[in-house]
Design a protein around this ligand. Structure first.
Ligand SMILES: Nc1ncnc2c1ncn2[C@@H]1O[C@H](COP(=O)(O)OP(=O)(O)OP(=O)(O)O)[C@@H](O)[C@H]1O
Ligand SMILES: [Mg+2]
Length: 229
């Protein structure tokens, strides 16, 4: 089964009278349990592609399917629910809520699904343990290192057991060693939990950790490379 499918996706940003074509017709599927990296130069459309996959923005043309449901067919509230349940995001700048501690940050996405406070906090603690930060549960983001903040962000992305994790330059703001640890955590989640993961990066060393590498250039797939296992 496919976690995400894109069919002929075109995205043109309109800047007044100027049109910026960011994606020029992109088609591919990510199967459940795959770990894929999207690599390409700055401005090639990587983040735009991830936003399309995450239903954060609409394509100008083409179709996006999440778990084989075409998202343009959903109403606003159905789409918001699908996004909350099925997609976990990890960003370059972590995007944690500064005034909330690690536990509350991780528990937050579960409030949108109406899970009780007790259950939310139990699950958040489990996730903290999974990313090796149980003893930091009461730290706010400013009281955590960059790598720790990103681990909290990954735990938050996992909170609702999403079908897919989408990460945009998750190591872009970390030193090489810490970046490597974050990638190892994602590799472990993919292997041990069969978690589907898509990572946007411009670092070849990170892309190589994934069996499949999609090369993007000027808004088009230049190469879709799958290494033999
Ligand atoms: N909101 C926007 N409005 C107008 N143009 C945009 C917008 N977002 C991106 N673009 C343009 O679309 C193109 C693709 O941008 P995108 O952010 O997807 O690139 P990227 O591959 O993620 O680059 P980077 O590696 O620098 O993050 C770029 O030319 C960019 O200038
Ligand atoms: Mg980008």
């Amino acid at each position: 089964m496919d976690a995400v499918t894109l069919k002929d996706v075109v995205k043109i940003y309109k800047m007044g009278k100027v049109e910026v074509p960011a994606l020029k017709g992109v088609s591919f599927s990510v199967e459940k349990g795959e770990m894929v990296s999207i690599i390409g130069p700055s401005g090639s459309g990587k983040s735009t592609l991830l936003y399309m996959m995450g239903t954060l923005d609409k394509p100008t043309k083409g179709e996006v399917y999440i778990d084989e449901v075409e998202v343009s067919k959903l109403k606003g509230n159905e789409l918001a629910e699908l996004r909350a349940k099925k997609i976990g995001f990890v960003f370059q700048f972590f995007n944690l809520i500064p005034r909330m501690n690690a536990l509350k940050n991780i528990a937050l996405p579960m409030t949108f699904l109406g899970i009780s406070k007790k259950e939310r906090e139990e699950r958040a603690l489990e996730l903290l343990e999974m990313v090796g930060l149980k003893d930091r549960w009461n730290h706010r983001p400013s009281e955590l290192s960059g790598g720790e903040q990103q681990r909290v962000a990954i735990a938050r992305a996992l909170a609702n057991n999403p079908s897919i994790i989408l990460a945009d330059e998750p190591t872009g703001n970390l030193d090489t060693k810490t970046g490597k640890e974050i990638i190892e955590l994602l590799v472990a989640l993919n292997k041990e939990k069969n978690q589907t993961i898509v990572i946007v990066t411009h670092e070849p060393g990170i892309a190589e950790k994934c069996r499949r590498i999609i090369h993007l250039k000027d808004g088009l797939i230049q190469k879709d490379e799958v290494k033999p296992s």
